[in-house]
Ligand binder design. Sequence first.
Ligand code: DX5
Ligand code: ZN
Length: 220
Amino acid sequence: MILAASILSADFGCLAQEVQRAERGGAGVIHVDVMDGHFVPNITVGPLVVEAVRRATGLPIDVHLMIEQADRYIEAFANAGASWISVHVEAVTHLQRTVARLRELGVRPGVVLNPATPLTALEEILPELDYTLLMTVNPGFAGQSFMADVMPKLRRIAEVKRRQGLDMLIEVDGGVSVKTAPTVATNGGEVLVAGSAVFCADDPATAVGAIRDAAEGARL
Ligand code: DX5
Ligand code: ZN
């Protein structure tokens, strides 16, 4: 199980230290939420912040693009140091071309599904993906409630992965905490994104460890 710490809830005034706190606690990935005010109502950060995170840690950086016209920006994020980049199936028209381009850029490609988007939307592209990201909130903001209704979809993608022998990670994003991580882990989540549960805690390092323990304990 990999814990992806989402910096959306971090203190940007001391971003490098926040990232290092998460790393110290056992985060395996740093998750960066990019929002454009069009695909989602909120606006967050661009490649400059990815560069800053890159300087702060050796961990892989997982860039979650919640933007329109992602093709115009993926090269900039790759150059900024993104290790993984995911695009929303709801926002990208020529998904296969985008995924192929990400791979060409030396980035691990992923595709994201909103809670209401069915798995069939990515059936044909699955073999080309390094990861699939299932949203357990509607994207746009940190601190929303976990949607347990997505769990049947998570179980189905885990089953598809197993049946087809796919070399693809299954990531889950939204409302993940000590309380919900066991549910995510038992239903097949392998990369757990956590924002507020990590960075709104008194000690982000301890919080990361607690979420990981909760998820791993549930798997035994
Ligand atoms: C939501 C973002 C998430 C967000 C998660 O649109 O994609 O990555 O940071 O935040 P929490 O963990 O607070 O739900
Ligand atoms: Zn995210």
